[in-house]
Design a protein around this ligand. Structure first.
Ligand SMILES: Nc1ncnc2c1ncn2[C@@H]1O[C@H](COP(=O)(O)OP(=O)(O)OP(=O)(O)O)[C@@H](O)[C@H]1O
Length: 286
């Protein structure tokens, strides 16, 4: 993504309070996601991460009821004035609870469901289905029952089902929540591939800071319904002490870099992954 890329999601001064709630879930949130970006969202439980995703895809204000202020533009369309159907043609969402999101019992039918709902022609269904399965690397699972799949495989089916709809934006709410480290990494490698090779804008809520540090280009930190930090992932992570204070972990290698810097060692670049920490320490030792 370059600074010149067009905004594809523009959250402008959004506040939202769910019906019946005593305090806002989002307070004056402003955030711009540019076309082609790979943005991570992190924050403690209850910070408003899912609510922000619902504001981006139009579930708020169309489906979740409450007091909504501000505006969100998705692909240039004001979500308040645009139908959920039209919004879902631009941004597809993989929700936190994928079991609840799945509507079919077979992988093939799960993907077919969305395509038919979108009115995709018979002739186009087969190539789209094959392409979506292929791009996620699960062509071999096409005729499997969803109940027989592992957590990681189910996540991939959920991603394939939304990719078949050819969205410009992919929104994911904790896609690795139920996955082991290896499967979690595979999901992020897939997201990187979709972002870099297919140009899909990716916005992902994730708690595993190591994955965010390694894979995302930008990072937004939410706390108490407000955006505390937003910027390039590396520069956001430099605020290690402040992030820890609001309940957000930073990679241990980043904390180590900061400590070395405080101790007076020449640290010109803070490490965000083990490889970078290794070369940093090799540099110091040399
Ligand atoms: N349907 C709802 N009705 C009322 N309050 C809600 C509703 N959904 C969420 N909230 C409240 O809104 C606030 C933000 O919730 P949200 O689910 O967006 O946070 P989150 O950062 O995604 O949390 P988690 O990491 O636990 O999923 C919380 O205080 C939550 O209790």
């Amino acid at each position: 993504m370059t600074a010149e890329s067009k905004p594809i999601i523009d959250v402008q001064n959004v506040s939202f309070t769910y019906d019946g709630a005593s305090r806002p879930a989002l307070s004056s949130v402003g955030l711009t996601v540019r076309e082609g970006d790979f943005l991570g969202i992190i924050g403690p439980s209850g910070a408003g991460k899912s609510t922000l995703i619902y504001s981006m895809n139009g579930i708020i204000p169309h489906y979740c009821k409450g007091d909504f202020f501000g505006s969100v533009l998705l692909g240039g369309n004001d979500t308040f004035e645009t139908s959920l159907t039209d919004l879902s043609r631009i941004a597809a969402t993989v929700f936190q609870d994928i079991d609840a999101q799945m509507v079919a019992s077979m992988v093939e039918d799960e993907i077919l469901f969305g395509l038919e709902n979108f009115g995709v022609s018979r002739a186009e269904i087969e190539p789209r289905m094959a392409e979506a399965l292929e791009s996620v690397g699960i062509s071999d699972l096409r005729h499997r029952a969803i109940s027989s799949l592992s957590g990681g495989q189910k996540q991939k089916v959920a991603v394939a089902a939304v990719l078949a709809l050819k969205p410009r934006v992919l929104l994911l709410d904790e896609p690795t929540g139920a996955l082991d480290p290896a499967s979690s990494r595979q999901i992020f490698e897939l997201l990187r591939e979709l972002n870099e090779s297919c140009g899909i804008t990716v916005v992902v809520v994730e708690q595993k800071i190591g994955l965010l540090a390694e894979f995302t280009r930008h990072l937004a930190v939410l706390s108490d319904g407000a955006v505390r930090y937003c910027g390039e992932t590396r520069s956001v992570l430099r605020n290690a002490a402040e992030l820890l204070a609001i309940g957000v972990n930073v990679p241990r290698v980043t904390t180590l870099s900061l400590l070395l810097h405080e101790e007076g060692y020449a640290v010109d670049r803070f490490a965000v992954n083990v490889e970078e920490a290794k070369s940093l320490i090799e540099g110091i030792v040399a």
